[in-house]
Write a protein that binds this ligand. Structure first.
Ligand code: Q0Z
Length: 282
């Protein structure tokens, strides 16, 4: 897209970043329909995914209005009409190189580490927990944002202090835990469990304020579970790309180019994203 003067600045796995010469200090975050799993972008995309996840993110920013965020309307008239439903116009922040992960439940890499050491990212946890169990309280488990192509690295709070200084480290932790508590409470009233999520923050160059950035609480950055199913003991039915991951792990050795997703997997995944939006009322 060099459409209407927008200049492409960066491609992520599933999103694109643009700038406009007439909008200094602004950026356009464009969500595509691409889906990634096990570090590969898969074919085909999930029709409507970019718009659904943008809607979810925008809705959460509104729910979380108590916390400053990067969204802006200033320059909205320059956003191409065909991108409005899958883009967010944002203020450019000075980003912290830390992914602020909060976990309310034991799952994924957290469950793996727990089995080995009874800790998650170095935080000691009670004995006897099982995969999918709720933690006594949500924990903050930051990761260092590795340069493109490298894997993010889980870090301790002490390492975060070394990276960003004690005041910012504390502010990132407390904002992350506060936002997670608020979001889990909202989700719970709608029969959805927020198991874990990842926030990113930056500093607003004009106000100096700690500002919530990037996408927030989407199915790409979070694990959501159905509360009714969870209560029955079913803990794998998440509202994210788990359907894609399950199909891929059963149909691919991990060597070479991943196989094309079958139509029914694409449709089921799209339906799952839509169901989350509907449940939350987003
Ligand atoms: C976000 C990303 C990609 C979309 C940089 N408000 C902001 N200020 C400064 N930087 C960012 C933001 Cl959101 C920023 N990312 C991640 C990559 C598409 C978002 F390719 N990178």
């Amino acid at each position: 897209m060099t459409q209407g003067g927008w200049e492409h600045v960066y491609s992520g796995k599933v999103r694109e970043l643009y700038r406009h010469p007439d909008l200094p200090g602004r950026m356009l975050v464009v969500a595509t329909d691409r889906v990634s799993a096990y570090d590969h972008v898969l074919e085909p995309g999930i029709p409507g995914k970019g718009a659904l996840l943008t809607r979810l993110s925008s809705w959460w920013f509104r729910q979380l209005a108590a916390h400053p965020n990067h969204l802006t309307d200033d320059g909205a008239e320059l956003v191409p009409a065909d991108l409005t439903d899958r883009s967010m116009l944002v203020r450019e922040l000075d980003m912290f190189p830390v992914e602020c992960v909060v976990r309310g439940y034991l799952s994924g890499s957290g469950w793996k580490e727990y089995q080995a050491t009874q800790t998650v990212c170095g935080i000691p946890l009670p004995a006897g927990l099982n995969d999918g169990d709720r933690l006594p309280e949500p924990i903050y488990t930051p990761a260092y944002k590795a340069p493109q192509g490298e894997h993010d690295e889980n870090i301790t709070f002490e390492r975060t202090v070394e990276l960003v200084g004690p005041d910012a480290a504390e502010a990132l932790r407390s904002a992350s835990l506060e936002i997670f508590a608020r979001a889990s409470a909202v989700a719970e009233t709608r029969g959805v469990i927020l198991a874990d999520t990842k926030f990113e923050f930056g500093t607003d160059r004009e106000t100096g304020e700690l500002t919530l950035a990037d996408e927030v609480l989407t199915s790409d950055s979070s694990r959501y579970w159905d509360a009714d199913l969870y209560a029955t003991g079913e803990r794998t039915a998440s509202f994210d790309k788990q359907i894609v991951r399950n199909w891929l792990s059963a149909n691919w050795t991990g060597e070479g180019v991943p196989p094309t997703l079958p139509h029914e997997i694409v449709e089921q995944t799209a339906a799952r994203y839509a169901e989350l939006i509907e449940r939350l009322g987003a």
